[in-house]
Write a protein that binds this ligand. Structure first.
Ligand SMILES: Cc1ncc(COP(=O)(O)O)c(C=O)c1O
Length: 372
């Protein structure tokens, strides 16, 4: 199979770049003195997880329980489900806990430990539970200086079938940073908030087994991680147009593109339509906060060179590409391009599999384990 004949739209995964990203960030995390627990939500692929955990413990983070089950059914036995747990998911979560060596869940709710403990006791299962901390993102998590940050660990420790796993945070606000300096400030705060809280909890007699942080913009810039035990970056394995625009990586690091075909050409309006729309790419606006012209991704030729075109709008199965500073005259109906999407995690999650690209040829097919 090659790029001229495979059905479009199709995900292309450049395995050499993937290996390079896995090695570079894996080594960086090791050099920072912390354990790597990559977030596999970015790819949801067993083969990719094997590459990124090679030489590490094999611990992973998941974003859905379906992902957890798919990975537990392979060799992945130490799993953190890093979305707050709620009672409707107890049966699935407890079944997953039984099927792997260690399942860790997270909460920021004072009433949750008692409910989860009762369900776990009824099933005779033991579950690790992290306290989720808000280090400035304000999506989930308790404030580090709140009374809940002291109360919830005590409640977990008082529960017969729960173990206090430690404290966990995600600096998602690093995605709004405009400069390396801003990213470094957020990364330092993510680290410092957590090590200070861990120290306070330990001073009050609470054992904090693990202090867990992680996001790609922060791990790629942080100067040290003293006092932190593990990092959970995810996006770095593919990177994407957005990460390149905020400086977490270069465009040459980006491993994931969507192959698309030209389905319409309008020379009068100086535009083409490709068969990669919102379903194939996701509608992520990327670096729109900093660059209003960023569009829905970068249009590349089959060798990966930027064509200087603008992916201006998307509908379900159509992508509208305006000539911008580029030239569309050579792009006829049936011509193929590659789109470097703004957000690789969201694009990957739209597809059933990766077409693995090595030396310009498709050499394998790797499944994507979707669902909730
Ligand atoms: C809880 C949590 N941890 C870790 C990550 C990984 O972040 P990134 O993909 O920026 O590396 C995410 C991403 O959304 C997350 O929600």
């Amino acid at each position: 199979m090659d790029l001229e004949t495979i059905t479009t739209p199709a995900l292309l995964l450049d395995v050499e770049r993937l290996r390079r990203n896995a090695e570079r960030i894996g080594n960086r995390v090791r050099d920072l003195g912390v354990r790597l627990r990559p977030h596999v939500k970015t790819h949801k692929s067993i083969e990719v997880a094997r590459i990124q955990t090679e030489g590490h413990s094999g611990a992973i983070t998941v974003s859905t329980l379906a992902e957890g089950s798919a990975f537990a059914a392979r060799e992945f036995q130490d799993i953190t489900y890093a979305v707050p747990i709620e009672p409707g998911k107890f049966p699935t979560a407890l079944a997953l806990a039984k099927s792997c060596q260690r399942l860790s869940l997270i909460t920021d709710d004072p009433e949750l430990p008692a409910l989860l403990n009762e369900a776990a006791r009824n099933q005779n299962v033991f579950v690790d539970l992290f306290l989720k901390i808000d280090c400035g993102y304000h999506r989930c998590g308790v404030e580090p200086d709140s009374k809940e940050a002291r109360e919830i660990p005590e409640r977990i420790l008082d529960s017969s079938n729960l173990r206090f796993a430690g404290i966990l945070t995600h600096a998602g606000h690093s995605y709004h940073c405009r400069s390396r300096h801003e990213r470094l400030t957020v990364a330092r705060r993510e680290r410092d908030v957590m090590r200070q809280l861990a120290a306070e909890l330990r001073d009050s007699g609470v054992d904090v087994p693990t202090v867990s942080i992680g996001s790609t913009p922060s791990i790629t810039v942080v100067d040290h991680l003293d006092g932190i035990d593990e990092a959970r970056p995810g996006n770095y394995i593919f990177f994407d147009a957005f990460q390149a625009s905020i400086g977490s990586c270069t465009l040459d690091d980006c491993a994931l593109t969507v192959l698309a075909a030209v389905i319409h050409r309008d020379l009068k309006r100086n535009k083409i339509i490709i068969d990669a729309g919102a379903i194939a790419l996701s509608k992520d606006r990327g670096a729109i906060e900093f660059d209003p012209t960023s569009g829905y991704g970068r249009v590349l030729d089959l060798e990966g060179q930027d064509l200087g075109l603008s992916l201006a709008s998307l509908s379900q199965e159509h992508g509208e590409v305006m000539a911008g500073t580029g030239d569309i005259s050579r792009l006829k109906v049936g011509s193929r391009v590659r789109v470097l999407a703004n957000h690789s995690c969201l694009s990957a999650a739209q597809h059933s599999h990766y077409n693995v690209l090595e030396g310009g040829r498709i050499v394998d097919r790797w499944e994507i384990h979707r669902g909730w």
